[in-house]
Design a protein around this ligand. Structure first.
Ligand SMILES: Cc1cc2nc3c(=O)[nH]c(=O)nc-3n(C[C@H](O)[C@H](O)[C@H](O)COP(=O)(O)OP(=O)(O)OC[C@H]3O[C@@H](n4cnc5c(N)ncnc54)[C@H](O)[C@@H]3O)c2cc1C
Length: 359
C-alpha cells in the first residue's frame, strides 16, 4: 500500500513527487513516456512554453536553476498585442524565458528522487474508494494493474479524470479547446504576439517564435465551430503578414479558465487536486507553470503534517493563490471587453514604442 498516489507527472505532479519523496511511500502514474519525450519531443504537451516571471520566482524559491538545454531561442523582450476586431496594436515589455516544453517536463521529472515509484506510459483509468483507502486501475502496455494508496492527488491536467470522478461539476471552471500549429519560417520573429477578436473567441490567440518555427494557436470556446474559427484567425493573421504557409505539426489540448478560486473539497476526504486539474491557472493569460508549482508546494506543506485532515490544511495554504485568481478575474474586462481594451491600448499606458512600428 502506498501512502500517496499522484496521477500525472506534469509540472505539478513531478514537483509534488519530488517534495514528498523523503517522507512518504509515493507512486507517480503518468500516461506519457516522459523519458522518450525528453529525447524526441514526442508526446510533448501542446503548450506555448513561455516561463513567466512568477514561475521563475517559484523556481528560485525552490532553489532550482534552469539547465541550458531546456531553453530555446529566440529570447523575447516585447509582446505585440493586436486587436484584430478593432484594428489596433501595441507593444508591451515582457520578461518570459522561451522553453522547449518537452525538455522542461523531462527536466522536472528527472529531479524526482529514486525513492518514488514511477509508472510511465501508464494510464490511470479509474479510482475506487475501498474502506479507508483507494484502489487505482492502471492500464500499462495493454495490461491492467491495481495499486492501493491512502491518499490520491490528481495532477492530471485540464481534462482531469480525478476531477471528473470525485469533484462536483463546477460550471465556473470553463474548459476551452486550444489548437496550435507549428510553421517553419525563414527567420524568427522578434515578438511574441497575442491576438484578440471576440468574434472568434472570448479568450485569445497567440504566435510564439521557437527556433526555426513559429507556433500559432488560440484558446477557443469548445463546440462552437472551433476549427472554423481557428482557420478564420489564420486567414486574418496571413493578411497581417504572418508567414503561415508550411505547417509542420498540428496539436490540441484542453485549457481551463477558472472564473473563481478552485473548490478543493471532494466527498472522500483523502483526495485532492493540484495544478490545472484543480483550476490553478491564470484566467487572464493562461499562464499555468507558476500555479502548478505553487499548488504543489501548498499540498506538500499540508501533507508534511500527516495524511489525516490534509485537505483543509491545503485549502489554507492556497489562500494567497485563491486571492490571486480572484484578482486576475477582476483584470479580465480590461483585456477582454472590446471597448475597455481599446481605451487601454489607445492610452498607450505602459506601451513600448518599437522603432519603425509606431502607430
Ligand atoms: C496551448 C497551451 C499553451 C500554454 N502555454 C503556456 C505557457 O506558455 N506558459 C505557461 O505558464 N502555461 C502555459 N499553458 C498552461 C500550462 O501548460 C499548464 O497550466 C501546466 O502544464 C499545468 O501543469 P499540470 O502539471 O497541472 O498539468 P499538465 O502539464 O497538463 O500535466 C498533466 C499530466 O497528467 C498526465 N495525465 C493526464 N491524465 C492522466 C491519467 N488518467 N493517467 C496518467 N497520467 C495522466 C498527462 O499526460 C500530463 O503529463 C498552456 C496551456 C495550453 C493548453
Amino acid at each position: 500500500m502506498y501512502d500517496i498516489a499522484i496521477i500525472g507527472a506534469g509540472p505539478a505532479g513531478s514537483t509534488l513527487a519530488r517534495l514528498l519523496a523523503a517522507k512518504y511511500r509515493v507512486l507517480l502514474v503518468e500516461k506519457r513516456n516522459l523519458l522518450a519525450a525528453e529525447q524526441t519531443a514526442a508526446g510533448s504537451k501542446c503548450c506555448g512554453g513561455l516561463l513567466a516571471p512568477d514561475a521563475q520566482k517559484v523556481l528560485g524559491m525552490m532553489s532550482l536553476a534552469l539547465p541550458q538545454e531546456v531553453i530555446v531561442g529566440p529570447q523575447i523582450f516585447v509582446v505585440r498585442t493586436i486587436d484584430l476586431q478593432q484594428d489596433c496594436e501595441r507593444y508591451y515589455q515582457r520578461f518570459y524565458i522561451n522553453l522547449d516544453r518537452a525538455k522542461f517536463d523531462g527536466w522536472l521529472f528527472s529531479l524526482i528522487p529514486p525513492a518514488v515509484d514511477v509508472r510511465l506510459a501508464a494510464f490511470c483509468k479509474s479510482i475506487q474508494q475501498v474502506d479507508s483507502h483507494f484502489v487505482l486501475d492502471i492500464l500499462q502496455q495493454g495490461k491492467h494493474f491495481r495499486e492501493r494508496a491512502r491518499v490520491v492527488i490528481g495532477a492530471d491536467g485540464a481534462g482531469s479524470m480525478v476531477r471528473k470522478q470525485f469533484f462536483p461539476v463546477d460550471k465556473k471552471l470553463v474548459v476551452y479547446s486550444a489548437v496550435q500549429e507549428w510553421f517553419s519560417v525563414p527567420e524568427a520573429s522578434p515578438y511574441f504576439s497575442v491576438f484578440f477578436d471576440s468574434r472568434l473567441t472570448d479568450f485569445y490567440g497567440w504566435s510564439i517564435p521557437k527556433e526555426d518555427s513559429l507556433l500559432v494557436g488560440a484558446a477557443l470556446i469548445p463546440r462552437q465551430q472551433t476549427l472554423e474559427r481557428y482557420k478564420e484567425l489564420k486567414s486574418k493573421l496571413a493578411a497581417y503578414g504572418y508567414p503561415l504557409q508550411r505547417a509542420q505539426k498540428k496539436e490540441g489540448a484542453l485549457i481551463v479558465r477558472p472564473r473563481h478560486a478552485p473548490r478543493l473539497t471532494a466527498l472522500p476526504p483523502g483526495i485532492a487536486l493540484i495544478g490545472e486539474a484543480a483550476g490553478w491557472i491564470s484566467p487572464s493569460s493562461a499562464e499555468g507553470f507558476s500555479y502548478a508549482f505553487r499548488s504543489a508546494l501548498a499540498a506538500a506543506k499540508a501533507l508534511e503534517q500527516g495524511l489525516d485532515g490534509f485537505v483543509p490544511r491545503y485549502q489554507k495554504e492556497t489562500a494567497a493563490l485563491r486571492l490571486n485568481i480572484c484578482l486576475k478575474n477582476l483584470k479580465l474586462p480590461f483585456m477582454y471587453q472590446p471597448w475597455l481594451r481599446k481605451a487601454v491600448m489607445a492610452s498607450g499606458l505602459a506601451a513600448v514604442k518599437v522603432i519603425g512600428q509606431e502607430t
